[in-house]
Design a binder for this molecule. Structure first.
Ligand code: GUN
Ligand code: ZN
Length: 433
C-alpha cells in the first residue's frame, strides 16, 4: 500500500497541560507532516524530516489547517440516534418515554445494521475516531455496531446492554441470557481487529442483583474487557436505586459488591457522589465520565471535575448521545467549559484538547495506540479549520496564539470545523459507501 504524507500544522500532547502556558505538555509544528503506512503513523514532525522518510508517498496538503489525533468519545448510546432532541423530561421519564421504545427497534438486525453504518459515519463526520458505546439489549445490535466499525477499520469499544427489570419486555433479557450473549460477543469481537468489549449492565435500576452478579462474573472472567454503566446522574434515580438495593451503603456500593469496579470501569455521569463513593472510585482506579450536553439537557446537575481530580481520579469526557445533544466533541467541550464555569472551575483550551484526545485515551489505557500523533500509534487523525464559519473567521481575525485558536474551536466549532477525519490512515469524509 502506498504511504501517505499528510502536511499541515501539527499538535499533539505528551501529558496533560498544567495550565495555559505549559508548553512542555505538547508539540506544535508550524510546517509539519505525518507519514502514514499500513494504518499507522511512521513519523510525525517537521515536514522536511517526515518527507525525507517518505518514498513514493501520496502527499495530501492540508495547510493551513491543524492536524491532531482523532477525538475519543468515552460514552455514547448507539441505539439512541433517533431520539436526540426528545422534548421535556428528566432522566427516568426520558428513558421510559423515548429511550426504551427506540431501543426496542434494535431487535431487528436489519434496522440495527442500517443505523450502525450511519452512526459510524456521524462519528467520523464530527472528528470522532474512537467511541465507547452502549448498544441495545439485543445481541444483534452489538453485532451490527462491531461489524460497521470493522468495515471501517475503526477502533470501537462496545457492549450489549444488560437489563432485566424496570423496562418494557421488548428491551429485557434475563441474567442467564445476558451472560450467554455477552460471553459470545466477547468471544467473537473482543480483541478482533480494533474492537474491544465492554461489559454493559445499564445501571442499578434495570438490573436485578442476580444480573449484577452475572455482570460481575463476566468482569472476573474477562479482566481485559471494559465495564461501562451509569452512576448517580439524577436524584430520582439515586432514590429508586436505594429502594431496589436496600443493603447497599450507597449507589456505588451496588457495583462494588458485584465485582464491577476496576481500572477499566467507566462510570457515566457520576454527578451526585458521597465522599465514600469518591474515595472508593479513587481506590479502584475507575473513571467517571463527564457528559456535559446530556447533563444540561436532562437537567441532571453539574459535574465536579476538580473535586474528583483532587482525589487523584482521572475523568473521561463524552457526548452521551441521545441525552447528549451533539455528536461533536468540540460542542461537548463548549458545554463542559460552561458547566465548570458554574462550578468556578476552569477548562482552558490546551487541557480541553488534551482531554478529548490523549486524556480519554489514558482513561481507556490506550494512549500507546490512540490519542496522539506519536510514531507507532494508529493513524486516527482529524484535520481542523478554526475559520470554518463566517463567525469563526471573524473571531480568528483577532486570534494571535495557538491557545486562542483552540479556544475558538472549543467554543464555536462543530462538524463544520472538521475538514477531514482519517481512520487508520483512510479519509472518511466525503466517502460514498
Ligand atoms: N441511565 C441509564 N440509561 C441511561 C441512558 O440511556 N442515558 C442516560 N443519560 N442515562 C442513563
Ligand atoms: Zn449514557
Amino acid at each position: 500500500m502506498t504511504d501517505i504524507l499528510l502536511r499541515g500544522r501539527l499538535l499533539t500532547f505528551h501529558q496533560e497541560p498544567k495550565d495555559a502556558d505549559d508548553s512542555e505538555a505538547y508539540s506544535y509544528v508550524e510546517d509539519g507532516a505525518i507519514l502514514v503506512r499500513d494504518g499507522r503513523i511512521v513519523a510525525s514532525g517537521e515536514y522536511r524530516d517526515s518527507a525525507a522518510r517518505a518514498h513514493d508517498a501520496r502527499i495530501v496538503d492540508h495547510r493551513p489547517h491543524l492536524l491532531m489525533a482523532g477525538f475519543i468519545d468515552a460514552h455514547i448510546h448507539f441505539p439512541q440516534v433517533q431520539i436526540v432532541a426528545s422534548w421535556g423530561s428528566q432522566l427516568l421519564d426520558w428513558l421510559n418515554g423515548y429511550t426504551f421504545p427506540a431501543e426496542a427497534d434494535y431487535a431487528n438486525a436489519q434496522h440495527a445494521t442500517a443505523m450502525a453504518g450511519q452512526f459510524c459515519d456521524l462519528l467520523t463526520d464530527h472528528g470522532t475516531t474512537t467511541a465507547v458505546a452502549f448498544c441495545s439489549v439485543h445481541k444483534a445490535s452489538a453485532e451490527a455496531l462491531f461489524s460497521a466499525a470493522a468495515d471501517r477499520n475503526m477502533r470501537i469499544i462496545a457492549g450489549k446492554t444488560m437489563m432485566d427489570r424496570n423496562a418494557p419486555g421488548s428491551v429485557l433479557d434475563t441474567p442467564q441470557s445476558s451472560y450467554d450473549d455477552s460471553k459470545e460477543l466477547i468471544a467473537t469481537w473482543h480483541g478482533k481487529g480494533r474492537a474491544s468489549y465492554a461489559i454493559t449492565p445499564r445501571f442499578a435500576i434495570t438490573s436485578t442483583p442476580q444480573q449484577m452478579a452475572m455482570a460481575g462474573a463476566l468482569a472476573g472472567e474477562h479482566p481485559d474487557c471494559y465495564v461501562q454503566t451509569h452512576l448517580s446522574e439524577n436524584h430520582a434515580e439515586i432514590t429508586f436505586t436505594a429502594e431496589l438495593y436496600p443493603e447497599a451503603r450507597d449507589y456505588l456500593d451496588v457495583y462494588e459488591t458485584h465485582g464491577l469496579m476496576g481500572q477499566k470501569t467507566l462510570l457515566g455521569h457520576a454527578i451526585h457522589l458521597k465522599e465514600r463513593e469518591i474515595a472508593a472510585i479513587a481506590e479502584a482506579g475507575a473513571h467517571p465520565v463527564f457528559c456535559p450536553t446530556s447533563n444540561l439537557f436532562l437537567g441532571s446537575g453539574l459535574f465536579d471535575d476538580a473535586g474528583l481530580r483532587a482525589h487523584g481520579i482521572s475523568n473521561g469526557i463524552a457526548t452521551d448521545i441521545g441525552a447528549g445533544t451533539s455528536y461533536s466533541m468540540l460542542q461537548t467541550l463548549n458545554e463542559g467549559y460552561k458547566i465548570l464555569q458554574l462550578r468556578h472551575q476552569k477548562l482552558h483550551a490546551l487541557r480541553a484538547f488534551h482531554w478529548i484526545t490523549r486524556g480519554n485515551a489514558e482513561v481507556l489505557g490506550m494512549s500507546d495506540k490512540i490519542g496522539t500523533l506519536d510514531a507507532g500509534t494508529e493513524a486516527d487523525i482529524v484535520v481542523l479549520n478554526a475559520r470554518a464559519t463566517p463567525a469563526m473567521a471573524l473571531r480568528m481575525g483577532r486570534a494571535e496564539t495557538l491557545s486562542e485558536e483552540l479556544f475558538v474551536l472549543q467554543m464555536m466549532g462543530d462538524d463544520r470545523a472538521i475538514v477531514q477525519t482519517y481512520v487508520a490512515g483512510h479519509p472518511q469524509k466525503g466517502i460514498v459507501r
